[in-house]
Design a protein around this ligand. Sequence first.
Ligand SMILES: [Zn+2]
Length: 491
Amino acid sequence: MHTKKFYITTPLYSVEDKPHMGHAYTTLAADVLARHLRSRDITVFLQTGTGEHGAGIERTARERGMQPKAWCDAAAADFRALWKTLNVRYDNFLRTTDAAHQAAVQAVFEKLLAAGDIYRGVQDGPYCTACGDFHDEDGLKDGKCPVHGKPLERAREAAYFFRLSKYGPALQEHYAQHPDFLSPRPGASELDYLARAGLRDVPVSRTKAPWGVPVKSDPDHAVHSRFEELLGYATGPGFTPEGAGPDFNSIWPADVHLAGKESHRSQGVLWPALLLALGLELPRRVYAHGWLTMNGRKISRTRGNYIKAEDVVRDYGVDALRYFLFREVAFGSDGEFSMTAFHRRYNFDLANDLGDLFSRVTSMAAQYLDHRLPKRPEDSAVFRELASWTPELHRNMESLRFGAALEKIWLGLGRLNGLLDARKPLELAKKDPEALKAFLREMIWGLRLIAGWLDPFMPDTASRMQLQLGIGKTRTDGAEPREVPPLFPRK
Ligand SMILES: [Zn+2]
């Protein structure tokens, strides 16, 4: 009997766009959840990666005078470098140009073709020459391309279709029996409505698209990149239709699929239908989060609407960015990224509430306590209160209510800061040294709890705190207390 790993995925990011804050947001959410689960001894499999096929990517590469594969190699390296900068720990980085993925996609296509779930037909509809692709009638913006804003042509081409229409009733039943499958709720009810209204079959191949995975039995066609990228969630942990290995069986099904809300339809409708067709278990949860916006518009490099995450990390440190993204914006909703708000939260929340409190307590502890970790102050009302919050914090983390978790942690910091003001420790030091020691024990244990709670969001800060709060473990007796640099120097 093996234990199933908790499988978290980010989308496979298209390398048409360079990595930006929007990608960072989704991937950091996956990392925060993964770190929380690992701290509770749950084995996690976190997959991220890049979607590298399609007409748009081929055009992007050619415009820069590069071969598509060379462009993809460089772009995938950019994504990996950003995850390193942001301190993201993943277990698998899937590229859709990986040979194993491509072979599995080809085999899936043939299997569904043989079963009649994929059939050959004709695609006829609005077509954007800039995208090099068809658009859905109801996805148009004023009758124009939603990406390029250009007028569309009418085009016809032979294409293979996935029989999505057949799966409407099964999807509705699944949504009804698994109310947590799609979240947050507003997006979910929209999908339920779609499934009730009847689903149309979707084209899953392109002709004249040399940059893609060729259909094995009909190599004039390439598997559509949208379809192929979805399959990456299964091929990454090792799925093949011929028989999946032990790794796959200990990972599947996905526990949390994270996606931007724009892909709610493909992740919430097409993907589960495809899994039903393959006889695979459906993911436990598809979570479509809101967008980060700047000046009210979705962050996107191609639209020139972005801040470089690397610049923010250089100026403020990686943990400040990790904190801000989940404190400022409720993860399910859209939220504005502004440097003014960032700067304010850095100074108020991190430098003041956390950093000042921490240095005041640790420097007094170095001066007035002996060098051993004090016993848990079971008689401390404030420590008992804080400790009683842990179950609620865990629930918030596991429901991806990261903002609510951080709010509670800052409430805890508020309690400790309040205590520090009320007890006037410098006066206590003169009048009642024993009372001062008892007070410092409360503060140290309170901060230890907080460091543990902060760890998924701010892993570096949490380990610096934990190192210093384990006083006595790392210091030799008689050594002078070291001057420790502040956690968050004021900016
Ligand atoms: Zn277009």
